[in-house]
Design a protein around this ligand. Structure first.
Ligand SMILES: *Cc1c(COP(=O)(O)O)cnc(C)c1O
Length: 229
């Protein structure tokens, strides 16, 4: 199965889920490219994918260097260490993993234009997961007002690694409800319209619950493996 076929199959599946459930939101595919090299990323570009999400600063910088003349929107989706902010923060368009104030402070120091950020939320309560607890998100958002280079465009979560559809649904619904609450606050620096949720194994459920950005890795690179339902 080629990259192009995987992309086309994913696009068809997104359309199918949307029309089945009468959903109208735009769903952006952010390719999680940690698994692949720049050669494969060029195949993704040829297949029409332009949003790339990287997890590791050094890999990102290497790939950015090689692909800098391509029409790519770069997302950083992994945990970001404060001491690595300076060398990469002006090269990305989206950060999916804002989860602590000292990171916001460091970004504010080095970033030139406001950065589109998702706050990472740990909806499942698993201790191993990064992200803020649901109950801490409101107070965190208020703390961000003073950082003029941080724009909160939405929330991000990683669901539990489970096939239990009800658990996944509840996780994504929790994030959506939180997003809706924050939206009603009408904070100029936190429009919070977006939901970054859903990966290869759970994106259909995430879309159904309102995802506007899905982060897809293995499904795009699988060799004929069928991860659809
Ligand atoms: C790897 C990764 C993904 C994609 O995971 P797949 O299951 O391979 O689709 C999404 N989000 C983050 C933060 C990742 O690190």
């Amino acid at each position: 199965m080629s990259i192009k076929e995987n992309v086309n199959r994913l696009l068809r599946e997104i359309d199918r889920v949307k029309s089945l459930h009468h959903l109208t939101q735009n769903v952006t595919i952010c390719a999680a490219t940690k698994y692949v090299d720049v050669k494969v990323m060029k195949e993704l570009l040829q297949a029409g994918i332009t949003n790339f999400g990287e997890n590791r600063v050094q890999d990102f910088l290497t790939k950015y260097e090689v692909l800098q003349n391509e029409d790519i929107t770069w997302h950083f989706i992994g945990t970001l260490q404060t001491n690595k902010v300076k060398k990469m923060i002006n090269k990305i368009s989206y950060l999916h993993s804002l989860d602590r104030e000292n990171l916001a402070e460091e970004i504010n120091k080095y970033r030139k234009a406001p950065l589109n950020c998702f706050i990472q939320v740990n909806c499942s309560g698993e201790v191993s997961k990064h992200g803020l607890r649901v109950d801490d998100v409101h107070s965190f958002i208020y703390k961000l007002e003073k950082y003029d280079k941080i724009k909160i465009i939405g929330l991000m979560t990683m669901a539990e690694n489970t096939t239990d559809i009800e658990v996944l649904k509840q996780t994504f619904r929790t994030l959506r409800e939180l997003r809706d609450e924050i939206q009603t606050l009408k904070l100029p620096y936190a429009p919070c319209t977006e939901l970054s949720m859903g990966m290869s194994n759970d994106y259909q459920i995430a879309i159904r619950e309102g995802a506007t950005v899905i982060r897809i890795g293995s499904l795009l690179f699988s060799n004929g493996g069928n991860n659809d339902d």
